[in-house]
Design a protein around this ligand. Structure first.
Ligand code: UDP
Length: 137
């Protein structure tokens, strides 16, 4: 079993799509090990996306991620990292396949509804950024 980290981003939360996204997560066979609603500050969003600090979209992305509440989750499944990225679809909703979360709930390249870790090291960092061990029992 592998764990990954996911976010229901502020646009999907504000649109009332958290429940539908969580239903899809269960339908696809993930176990939800951790889940909570947060309202990130700009500084907290910057810390989370630190790897992107030199990218041109960093300020816009962290403004968006701190613009309203989001839901952070730890998901468990076999091959969870790839499985969650497959369920999310391509980064740009316009290029995401039918049936993926970003296709259905994404509004734009930035406001693309969900986040998912891209590798075991990033999953470990991202889970630890938001959850303590006690919250994941
Ligand atoms: N993003 C953006 N503009 C871009 C590329 C990415 O606003 O040109 C945002 C988008 O919300 C994306 C996040 O930055 O989900 C992180 O980008 P990454 O390339 O890591 O994509 P992901 O792993 O989320 O698919």
């Amino acid at each position: 079993m592998e764990r990954t980290f996911g976010i229901i981003k502020p646009n999907a939360f504000a649109d009332g799509n958290s429940g539908k996204i969580i239903s899809r997560i269960y339908e696809e066979g993930f176990k939800i090990v951790g889940l909570k609603k947060l309202y990130l500050s700009k500084v907290e969003a910057e810390g989370f996306y630190y790897v992107h600090k030199d990218r041109p979209f960093f300020d816009e992305l962290t403004e968006f991620m701190s613009s309203g509440p989001c839901v952070v989750m730890v998901l468990e499944a076999e091959n969870a990292i790839q499985k969650w990225r497959d369920l999310m679809g391509a980064t740009n909703p316009a290029e995401a396949a039918e049936g993926t979360l970003r296709k259905e709930f994404g509004a734009s390249l930035g406001e693309n509804a969900t986040h998912g870790s891209d590798a075991p090291e990033t999953a470990a960092f991202e889970i630890g950024y938001f959850f303590s061990g006690l919250e994941l029992l």
